[in-house]
Design a protein around this ligand. Structure first.
Ligand SMILES: Nc1nc2c(c(=O)[nH]1)N[C@H]1C(S)=C(S)[C@@H](COP(=O)(O)OP(=O)(O)OC[C@H]3O[C@@H](n4cnc5c(=O)[nH]c(N)nc54)[C@H](O)[C@@H]3O)O[C@H]1N2
Ligand SMILES: Nc1nc2c(c(=O)[nH]1)N[C@H]1C(S)=C(S)[C@@H](COP(=O)(O)OP(=O)(O)OC[C@H]3O[C@@H](n4cnc5c(=O)[nH]c(N)nc54)[C@H](O)[C@@H]3O)O[C@H]1N2
Ligand code: SF4
Ligand SMILES: [Mo]
Length: 674
């Protein structure tokens, strides 16, 4: 039977984009005869301002595209080949339940590994019935570290993840530092606020190995060598402390660990830091002087600085700057980092009565599939495309090829990972279900609603994990059943009036309002409300102690740093199924010249882990010694079926067990023309 919406004339549904993006846009989705005909921004979230990115405007092409998964299916060819036979939901879920029971009986619950991350960044599709199921089965637990783990550890340790500056307050700043962040691709709604601040006279510093669009408009651009932000930030601290620019009154009243930071910064003169980071020492000094002398001064810290061996300490040193420089307490001053913790939402109820099981770091999936004891026998992937997005791609693919591994992939489209599944399950998109979407840049928490019926037989995470809870016989009295009950359950558990506001108006505002001034409206969420500039647990965790610098891993054989930043084409690897122009490796003209490379030449990029083949594009907007491939590629985008992650080591960052994508060191050489 068709639902009412399918027969309704053209109408517009107000909903929200839950993708892994800081902006959390409010959307107006036009539907005609049950089909999405247009997706655009609305004004419900003022930051959205009626426009959205080009990616999500094309989301309809995912919903109705050739790669969309419409039915459950079981593998018929070899693993990775991507050929499947359609089955019923009942059959697919019975097979899965049987294989999970078998694995538990023979190898114990820990032989099951649930694997998920950013797919649907909302509160409903992750850490709800999925977590309940796997915790009750005694499955291995996943450390969700592929992103924001190092910067999250730093922000938590120093400030207890205090809410940070809002987009709207950027124009109040007199100096903005964009540090390891490229909003022109990764969160476009910040850009007009930065430009407005500049129009009002603010100066702009950009710290990035690439001349990003905003770096072109910056007063100072520091094109750091990847992984060297720590010395750069410590040199600024040294200057603040030693040249009388540290706010001693503020430090005495509001900070701990001051002496440790000062000591650890001491060796980092501008000259030494600049040499390590490949910068001009005078330009670095000019940036430090600008920071010391400006107020309000605002640092927008991104994630580019965290994806390497020093990522945690680097993020901590950057976030410590406003404390040492005394930049808090004024509108437009302080820092902006992830605001995802700013609603006080925790999921402490999930699995709280289950015994703890082993934790597998998601950045070492290939390793885990090869060497775990007990072995991983069932891998259940959802909200994630590990075969494209996790480090050491070749090792992951070898793991996924294991004949004794049973892999379930619950997906919207036939991703690189889904091709390796034994059973694929079709998932709804955010246009086909409910969601509670939380911005991690914008202070936005909104209810998403379905605009259309699910395509084919696609089902929501809540439905499918709820069904599996029953089939596995681990259901309990009071468990929510299905998507709507799940949503009500989450709403009921949200702190304060957040849940009831969402239920009544579709949106919520944090208790301190949407434009908090740090150290005026919001304070560090540490035990004593002070900043801890050198938290003991972080100091123990980092291999060389907090703020200890680990050298560049380059070798004469593999001298180039490979980074793989966000592109405007995809969100991580989501939407990579849509047609795109050929993928190129970006390289500086000097690096190209010594290798005899010209624009468009076919190249191989290689190191001890793997090789990627594509064409080269030559441009001075990347620093010498660094090359770049886009983040989020699928295997089909390169000539040999590997992406940047075939070259990324599965080593971990100093804090938080984070991914070291940008510690890939490579060589590049010309290939014969095809
Ligand atoms: N269009 C689009 N938007 C996205 C995403 C996407 O894939 N596409 N991804 C989303 C997700 S999951 C996230 S986490 C955010 C990430 O948001 P961002 O942090 O803005 O994105 P990144 O591309 O990771 O890195 C930002 C910049 O860091 C630079 N960089 C690389 N290494 C270093 C370094 O060592 N030091 C410094 N200072 N800079 C460095 C890169 O050149 C890049 O310009 O964006 C989100 N938004
Ligand atoms: N080389 C390199 N690799 C990187 C990065 C980098 O900078 N460089 N950045 C990393 C970062 S920042 C991140 S966050 C990770 C992200 O890596 P992933 O977590 O793999 O994110 P996506 O590639 O977006 O894949 C998410 C998948 O979830 C699916 N999905 C969406 N909604 C739902 C749902 O409701 N139910 C189900 N079952 N599935 C759903 C989507 O279709 C999509 O295929 O990638 C990391 N990978
Ligand atoms: S991906 Fe980001 S910019 Fe694009 S619609 Fe979603 S929230 Fe807005
Ligand atoms: Mo991310």
């Amino acid at each position: 039977m068709k639902s009412a919406t399918e027969f309704a004339p053209e109408h517009t549904i107000a909903t929200v984009c839950p993708l892994d993006c800081p902006d959390s846009c409010s959307l107006a989705v036009t539907v005609q005869e049950g089909r999405v005909t247009n997706i655009d921004g609305s004004h419900a979230n003022p930051i959205t301002g009626g426009y959205i990115c080009a990616k999500v405007r094309r989301f309809g092409e995912r919903v109705y595209g050739a790669d969309r998964l419409l039915y459950p299916a079981i593998r018929k060819g070899a693993k990775g080949q991507g050929s499947f036979t359609r089955v019923t939901w009942d059959h697919a879920l019975e097979v899965i339940a049987e294989r999970m029971n078998e694995a538990r009986a023979t190898w114990g619950g820990e032989s099951i590994l649930p694997y998920s991350y950013g797919g649907s960044n909302g509160l409903l599709t992750q850490d709800t019935s999925d977590a309940t199921l796997f915790r009750r089965l005694g499955a291995s637990r996943l450390a969700r570290t592929v992103c924001a783990a190092p910067s999250g550890a730093a922000n938590l340790g120093l400030y207890g993840k205090m809410p940070s500056v809002s987009f709207e307050d950027f124009p109040e700043a007199k100096l903005i530092i964009l540090w390891g962040v490229n909003p022109s691709a990764s969160g476009i709604h910040l850009v007009p606020y930065v430009r407005e601040a500049q129009r009002k006279g603010a100066r702009l510093i950009v710290i990035d190995p690439r001349t990003t669009p905003l770096a072109k408009h910056a007063d100072v651009h520091l094109p750091v060598r990847p992984g060297t932000d720590l010395p750069v930030a410590l040199a600024i601290h040294r200057y603040l402390f030693e040249e009388g620019h540290a706010d001693t009154a503020f430090l005495a009243a509001h900070a701990r660990g001051v002496d440790q930071l000062r000591e650890r910064a001491r060796p980092w003169t501008f000259e030494r830091a600049a040499a390590e980071a490949g910068l001009d020492a005078r330009t670095l000094q000019a940036a430090a002087e600008m920071y010391a002398s400006s107020s309000p001064a605002l640092i927008r810290c991104g994630w580019g600085q965290e994806r390497n061996r020093n990522g945690g300490s680097a993020s901590a040193a950057i976030l410590a700057l406003p404390t040492v420089g005394g930049k808090f307490g004024v509108r437009g001053g302080g820092y902006m980092m992830s605001n995802s913790a700013s609603w006080g939402i925790t999921r402490t109820w999930i699995g709280s009565d289950e015994p703890d099981t082993r934790i597998v770091n998601m950045n070492q999936l290939g390793r885990a599939l090869e060497t775990s004891d007990p072995p991983i026998k069932v891998l259940f992937v959802y909200n994630n495309n590990a075969a494209a997005t996790s480090p050491d791609q070749r090792r992951i693919l070898r793991g996924l090829e294991r004949e004794d591994l049973f892999t379930v992939v619950f997906e919207q489209v036939m991703t690189d990972t889904a091709r390796y599944a034994d059973v694929v399950l079709p998932a709804t998109t955010f246009l086909e279900g409910y969601e509670i979407a939380r911005g991690y840049g914008a202070f936005s928490l909104r209810l998403g609603r379905p605009a259309i019926e699910p395509a084919g037989e696609a089902r929501s995470n809540a439905d499918v994990f709820g069904d599996l809870i029953e089939r596995m016989g681990v259901q309990r009295e009071g468990d929510p059943r299905g998507e709507l009950e799940e949503m009500l359950d989450v709403l009921n558990r949200l702190p304060g009036s957040v849940g009831s506001d969402l239920g009544e108006t579709g949106a919520a505002v944090p208790p301190y309002g949407g434009r908090p001034v740090q150290f005026q409206d919001v304070w560090p969420l540490t035990t004593d409300s002070k900043v801890d500039l050198c938290p003991a647990h972080l100091d123990r965790e980092a291999p060389l102690g907090l703020y200890g610098y680990q050298e560049d891993p380059a070798t004469p054989e593999f001298p180039l740093a490979l980074i793989s930043p966000a592109s405007e084409r995809t969100i991580s690897s989501t939407l990579a199924e849509l047609p795109r122009p050929d993928v190129h490796l970006l390289m500086h003209p000097d690096d190209a010249a010594v290798r005899g490379l010209e624009e468009g030449n076919p190249v191989r990029i290689f190191n001890a882990l793997g090789e990627v083949r594509c064409r080269v594009s030559i441009g001075a907007w990347i620093r010498v010694g660094t090359v770049s491939l886009p983040k989020g590629l699928w295997r089909r985008h390169t000539t040999n079926g590997y992406t940047a992650n075939a070259l990324s080591p599965d080593t971990l960052s100093d804090l938080g067990g984070g991914a070291c994508f940008n510690d890939a060191r490579v060589q590049v050489e010309r290939m014969p023309d095809a």
